[in-house]
Design a protein around this ligand. Structure first.
Ligand SMILES: *[C@@H]1O[C@H](CO)[C@@H](O)[C@H](O)[C@H]1NC(C)=O
Ligand SMILES: *[C@@H]1O[C@H](CO)[C@@H](O)[C@H](O)[C@H]1NC(C)=O
Length: 366
């Protein structure tokens, strides 16, 4: 054995030992199969839309290549490949969560209600706070109405419906678009940036929490709520170099949103002791990547693969794209991540999700 190889082996074994010491449960499979989920219901925005926006607004001039270039097929995902929700679905052993608005797809194993460009605030709340979505009107309140419709269409029997939802996984996220679309209200125009956002945060998080309570009232008992990532680091079509230039006030605020959401999840845990609430830490996943992006093979921590300053939206006629998405943390200009980034983010997120859902913890099963 060469010295080089021996020293590599020594490093590797001490590393393995370290991992084992830090994570005494790391021998357990890190997946959600012990939960025995029968279905997944997902609510959110483009970070988890698997084809609703495309089904709603089909166009011969949009939604095409290079979207899906890494998996060889454009699916309506704002990505070159798969999203975090796809990896979560894989972890449960269920098929990908099919978009609800695509009626030709099977929804017997759940449905995805997330729509790109939407937020958590309802139409009424948007009017009150002068938040104007320019991209889509299918906010969480609309998605919840679709969910009710879906249940009415598929379950005539109340008990069968409850049993089904009891063994389903609920995933919900959003907020980035609500904050991104804010502005122009006399209510908060004069306030400093962070103070403006702080005013609306309880309303945004409150919408998510109300939805979770609705799921629980229907019989659900396993929920993953995802936070927001570093919105101040979007800007992928403005940067021309290889650096990362984040706007800290936005990041600072998004961090507050995540802290607030986690506090709310703890409260939900106390209010509903038979249910389990997991936090989907997209922030932590993205930070993990940025802290070591070069060693992961990324070249551009911020510059997006697809789009330029004149073409914001990937997959539309005339939008340019890079040759190797694996060199980019961001897939496109509005701040969607590449397949490779989402994969790493998921890997960082899943241990905490598994731990918090407590599926293989027999003493918690009543
Ligand atoms: C529905 O999904 C199928 C399979 O992915 C796809 O071929 C089709 O284009 C989608 N329909 C719409 C309207 O998006
Ligand atoms: C959202 O709704 C408003 C008011 O009904 C409408 O004018 C606008 O076109 C809608 N936006 C989208 C993207 O559908």
């Amino acid at each position: 054995m060469s010295l080089w190889f021996e020293s590599r082996l020594a490093t590797l074994s001490s590393l393995l030992l370290l991992i084992f010491l830090v994570h005494p449960h790391s021998c357990k499979a890190v997946d959600l199969k012990p939960c025995g989920f029968q279905a997944i219901y997902n609510f959110g925005d483009s970070l988890s839309d698997t084809g609703n926006a495309m089904a709603e607004h089909p166009s011969p001039h949009a939604w095409h290549y290079p979207l899906g270039m890494t998996i060889g097929r454009a699916t309506g995902r704002a990505c070159d490949g798969l999203l975090i929700i796809d990896h979560i679905a894989e972890a449960t052993g269920l098929p990908f969560c099919n978009p609800y608005l695509n009626k030709s797809l099977d929804h017997s194993k759940g449905a995805n209600f997330a729509v790109g460009g939407t937020g958590l605030l309802s139409k009424e709340e948007r009017a009150e706070w002068n938040v104007n979505f320019v991209w889509s009107n299918d906010s969480l309140d609309v998605q919840l109405r679709w969910f009710d419709q879906h249940l009415n269409d598929n379950f005539k029997d109340e008990k069968a419906r409850r049993d089904h939802l009891k063994s389903s996984l609920f995933v919900i996220g959003g907020g980035g678009n609500d904050y991104g679309a804010m502005g122009g209200s006399p209510l908060y125009d004069k306030l400093p940036y962070i103070e403006q956002k702080k005013l609306i945060m309880p309303v945004v998080v409150g919408a998510l929490v109300d939805a979770v309570k609705k799921f629980i009232s229907y019989g659900a008992n396993k929920v993953i709520a995802t936070g927001v990532y570093q919105g101040g680091c979007i800007g992928g079509c403005k940067v021309t170099d290889k650096g990362l230039h984040c706007w800290e006030p936005t990041n600072e605020f998004h961090k507050l949103h995540n802290e607030f959401l986690q506090r709310k999840l703890q409260e939900l845990g106390k209010e509903y002791p038979d249910a389990r609430f997991a936090y989907g830490d997209v922030w932590g996943g993205a930070q993990w990547i940025w802290d070591r992006y070069q060693s992961l093979g990324f070249v551009y921590p911020q510059k997006a693969c697809c789009g330029d300053k004149d073409h914001m939206y990937c997959g539309m006629d005339g939008t340019p794209w890079c040759s190797n998405p694996n060199e980019h943390v961001f897939w496109d200009c509005p701040g969607h991540f590449t397949d490779k980034s989402y994969r790493y983010m998921y890997q960082q997120m899943i241990p905490r999700i598994v731990e918090e859902l407590q599926c293989d913890d027999k003493k918690n099963e009543l």
